[in-house]
Design a protein around this ligand. Sequence first.
Ligand code: PLP
Length: 395
Amino acid sequence: MIAEKMRPLVQNNSAIRAMFEEGKRLAAIYGAENVYDFSLGNPNVPAPETVKKAILDVLEEEESTFIHGYMSNAGYEDVRETIAASLNQRFGTSFHLENIIMTVGAASGLNIILKTLLNPEDEVLTFAPYFLEYGNYVRNYDGRLVVVPANTVDFQPDLTAFRDLIGPRTKAAIINSPNNPTGAIYSEETLTRLGKILEEKSREIGHPIVLLSDEPYRELAYDGAVVPYVTKYYKDTVVCYSYSKSLSLPGERIGYVAIPDELTDAKEVTAAAVIANRVLGSVNAPSLFQRVIKRCIHEKVNVEAYDKNRHLLYDSLTSYGFSCVKPEGAFYLFLKSPMEDEKEFCALCKKHNVLVVPGSSFACAGYVRISYCVSYEQILRSLPAFKKIAEECGL
Ligand code: PLP
């Protein structure tokens, strides 16, 4: 019955499901506190108290019937204006409400923009390691994802390889900084070079290449690291933002895309993106949470809690002999597998009740992703297991 295009998705989903089931199975045998699940990217830091208060205040104070009603497909005007003003204040941009479209998280933002831009067989470049859903999103619109191999020295993008992979069918490129799964933050220097390459290549192939900046982790940066605002480095940039991690609201599905006036054919692209929001079936972003975002525009989750986890995990694992580029942002650590086949290493970890995700799930074999959006206590409890794993690997 199901469509051919769905078959590989169903098969792949069973692998993820298998990992989830495995976690449950181990917890039933050994007790949940003795299983160290580092596989998921579900924030454990709670949403700020002000979010809860804002939800209640919206329901108490705002006009009650239409708070659950439809609005313009782009979202509430006052919410979009508040976001634009906040971006302008933080990053010196010049957004206004027309530049902002409220979306059902970054996933929906990316889908809306890809739907807006892609003709069949158009190519979208991205850098390994990457969030594997990008492939699905691009294939949704019959595009082709082209993957630039990883630069494992510091996980900044390999821009030489990137330049070589741009061709006449290249329509867009996706970047993600702070990065899932490496925690790398793309530097100003990287973005300046990236912007120059895109300008040059867009001229050469005769149409603009749109840079999609996927930013669910923008607010999770450590040691004072600056996450440069991408529209400043290349005018044909669309930002796909999300409150899933910055306010710990992943299940509420709220984010936006920012399409600057400087983008080529900005008005046409924006109008098409609003229609894409509708025809893809999301229609508009959740009403209540748009209202909440307006009231919580200056809020952030407790980033220090993630930072504490990062220090404990990074310092401990490197002291046991593991190697890893120190993450600067997000809540992931991308560990070099001490075994050639990282899936074997994941299996060894599992024997010690430690669940981590193979790098091949991010198109970067030889590494594993450890998600540290877990309790500090879980990390503490897991350390003896990591130590034993290191010893068994001869580190
Ligand atoms: N992009 C990346 C790199 C992610 O890691 C995630 C979620 O984990 C998403 C996009 C999707 O985020 P959202 O919940 O905003 O749809």
